[in-house]
Design a protein around this ligand. Structure first.
Ligand code: GDP
Length: 431
């Protein structure tokens, strides 16, 4: 079995599991059998496959998981909930506290922020700045050095003010020190949070398991937020964090700004891990930004998987029209990372316009062809002459086309959800 097929088989097995509402012994066994079969067909040693099955079954203790799920404390609008944030320094904890507060504020909550990070100079200023920007009340002190005292005072103050979501930011340190954990434990004991959220930088990789476990052993972590998912890291560490804390990932951070914060959705995450791009977010985006009358046609073309130069031209037009470049296509890794890297929007636009000028010199037959061999040397030379560009420019554009066509072809046969279906699905998966 070639690698791509193996990837496909594993993805299908995982897909079946993620479609199941309840993951029980039977669903898990079926998934593992499916994966094992694919591995065996790929000549993976029998013993390795058998051990893997046994290991996974041992790690994934379904009874435990179910219990953990039931025990998970849930924050409820209307009554006051205290949510405590923990994580190492630099993980993005302070930023995430405000993002979390801001997200809930937009949903009608009355959040408030308490800065119990007395360790890092400037932590209070940072929180204050973010809170002011988002108009969220905050509490902290420049003088008091006891984080427990600040946390308790802050929580009490905001309870009196009938705030229904009180978020406590705690100190992070460079490494997992005993003092940090002791302080965290004390703050937790004194404020009795309804939920403790562990914040983890997606790029920490292999160290994720130990780090998450260390935090879980000190305080009752109930949820995980993975930050910096906009970077290069695939975020595989998130799986370790989930395993170590037996808690779900609830949000991901995708940038430094307040709005760059998303409800965690299993599907695009797994796709990203397997390098398949973010199809579900992509579909939602299409529904959101492509004019309704053009959607059926585009979706039809998507599911056919054939990507002509004309289709590329039309997508470029869409991109340029949309203002902030890359709204739709930034959802696809191939489109965003290489064609339109963040921070280079101007150059990207110029490049797209250049490509379009060259395509203006193409014939209808060339634009509508799905035959890559059609574009021979004499055609390339004619296009170069017609658009006043070099042969190299035209070749580059065609290379770009081939690359995008390859990404596009992966969507072939994709079942296209109707509007709203995908979001409903994401919600179910998060529930
Ligand atoms: P703390 O020490 O854990 O409180 O971390 P901070 O909140 O101060 O964040 C550390 C740095 O990471 C800051 O420069 C943040 O702007 C940045 N940061 C936080 N979350 C994200 C994210 O999701 N994406 C990116 N790119 N940067 C982030």
């Amino acid at each position: 079995m070639v690698l791509a097929q193996l990837g496909g088989s594993i993805a299908r097995a995982l897909q079946q599991m993620s479609n199941a509402t309840i993951i029980d012994e039977k669903v898990l066994s079926e998934c593992l059998n499916e994966i094992s079969r694919a591995l065996l067909q790929s000549d993976v040693q029998f013993k390795l496959v058998r051990d893997m099955q046994a290991n996974i079954k041992r790690i994934v203790n379904l009874d435990d998981l179910a219990a953990g799920h039931n025990k998970r404390r849930i924050i409820q609008q209307g009554k006051t909930s205290v949510v405590m944030f923990v994580g190492l320094q630099g993980s993005g904890k302070t930023t995430t506290c405000t993002k979390y507060a801001y997200y809930h504020q937009k949903k009608g909550w009355k959040p408030a922020l308490v800065c119990a990070d007395t360790f890092r100079a400037g932590a209070f200023d940072q929180l204050k700045q973010n809170a002011t920007k988002t108009k969220i009340p905050y509490y902290g002190s420049y003088m008091e050095s006891d984080p427990v005292k600040i946390a308790v005072e802050g929580v009490e103050t905001f309870k009196k003010e009938n705030r229904d979501l009180i978020i406590v930011d705690t100190s992070g340190r460079h490494k997992q020190e005993a003092a940090l954990f002791e302080e965290m434990r004390q703050v937790s004991e004194a404020t009795k949070p309804d939920l403790i959220i562990f914040v983890m930088d997606s790029s920490i990789g292999q160290a994720a398991f130990d780090q998450a476990q260390a935090f879980k052993q000190s305080v009752a972590v109930g949820a995980v937020i993975i930050t910096k998912m906009d970077g290069h890291a695939k975020g595989g560490g998130a799986l370790s964090a989930v395993a170590a804390t037996k808690s779900p990932v609830i949000f991901i951070g995708t940038g430094e700004h307040m709005e760059e914060f998303e409800v965690f959705d299993v599907k695009p995450f797994v796709s990203r891990l397997l390098g398949m791009g973010d199809w579900s977010g992509f579909m939602d985006k299409i529904h959101e930004v492509v004019p309704t009358d053009q959607q059926p046609e585009l979706l039809q073309k998507l599911s056919e998987g054939s990507f002509t130069l004309r289709l590329m031209y039309e997508q470029f037009q869409n991109i340029l029209k949309m203002g902030p470049i890359g709204q739709v296509f930034s959802m696809l890794p191939g489109f965003s990372a290489e064609l339109m890297p963040k921070g280079h929007e101007k150059e990207s636009q110029a490049k797209i316009k250049r490509y379009m000028t060259m395509m203006d010199s193409m014939t209808n037959a060339e634009l509508d062809s799905t035959n890559p061999k059609l574009m021979n040397e004499s055609r390339i030379m004619r296009i170069a002459r017609g658009s006043g560009r070099s042969v190299r420019d035209v070749t580059e554009m065609l290379e770009e086309y081939k690359r995008l066509a390859k990404i596009w072809s992966k969507m072939k046969g994709l079942k296209i959800p109707k509007k709203g279906e995908m979001s409903a699905l994401s919600r179910n998966m998060n529930a």
